[in-house]
Design a protein around this ligand. Structure first.
Ligand code: GLN
Length: 271
């Protein structure tokens, strides 16, 4: 990575010097960019082209505590953010986090972002558009309910008005309950607020965020586990980039072996 950076600087200097005393608009920049490309593809073999500029741009939706949320300093924080930064350290790249809507993440890979980490469940539908890293966490959907409710089992959700974050696995489950009305939100917390104010009968959201919300609003709401199918979280990667997938999976495996992963679990999830 360092070698590539030095070469890049040298190539840029040469390209700049090549402009001589008659600078032509656009030329220098265009020249630099194409030289930078040729440096990166020839000098960096581990991790593929995406890592060769030294920056990994990571999309997330910082509305999903404890995996991602906006910290006190206004920057995205949480287990996923710490994990991807640790992966970046292993790969020798800087991690830049882009906070965006959950529903836009998959489609933005390859354009606005390189990869996405967002408590994202591996699903067949998503696998048509992106590849996934090895799974790093097992989750399950929980149901948030008002403190007082008649709902006591999954079948009681039939015919109810149910909220979820748009485009999530929780959202997709709502159609399984006969006659249920789905209400979709950009943020799970907005669904929780509608549950508290009586506009919803239930909210379906992943277990760990459900526990955070139920704890935060413990007077008004409760959580229930209806034994839905377990889900696997993984990092979404550009389709077909085996070099990047290998690099990310190797870094993840190293973090598990050296204890960093478990430290992050106890710091962010099981605290
Ligand atoms: N695990 C769920 C999904 O992948 C929810 C993720 C989220 O809201 N950040 O759809």
């Amino acid at each position: 990575m360092k070698k590539a950076a030095v070469l890049l600087v040298l190539t840029m200097a040469v390209a700049f010097a090549g402009c001589g005393s008659t600078p032509q608009a656009g030329d220098a920049e265009g020249g630099n960019e194409s030289n930078a490309d040729s440096v990166s593809t020839t000098e960096v073999s581990d991790g593929g082209d995406i890592l060769s500029d030294g920056v990994l741009t990571v999309g997330t939706n910082a509305e999903f505590p404890p995996f991602e949320y906006v910290g006190d300093d206004g920057e995205p924080d949480g287990f996923d953010i710490a994990l991807i930064k640790a992966i970046g350290d292993k790969l020798g790249v800087e991690v830049e986090v882009e906070n965006m809507e959950f529903d836009s993440l998959v489609a933005s890979i390859g354009s606005k972002i390189d990869v996405a980490i967002a408590g994202m469940t591996v699903t067949e539908e998503r696998q048509n558009m992106v590849d996934f890293s090895d799974s790093y966490y097992q989750a399950v959907q929980y149901v948030l309910l008002p403190a007082e409710t008649e709902i006591a089992a999954a079948e009681d959700l039939a015919g109810k008005t149910i909220g979820a974050q748009l485009g999530t696995t929780g959202d997709l489950m709502i159609e399984d309950f006969e006659g249920a009305t789905a209400k979709q939100y950009n943020k799970a917390v907005d669904a929780v607020n509608d549950l508290i104010s009586g506009r919803l009968d239930a909210v379906i959201v992943d277990k760990n965020p459900a526990l955070v919300f139920a704890d935060k609003f413990s007077e008004e709401i409760q959580y229930m586990d209806f034994n839905f199918e377990p889900e696997d979280y993984a990092i979404a990667l550009p389709k077909g980039d085996a070099a990047l997938a290998d690099a990310v999976n190797n870094a993840l495996a190293e973090l598990k072996t050296d204890g960093t992963f478990d430290d992050l679990v106890s710091q962010y999830i099981e605290n």
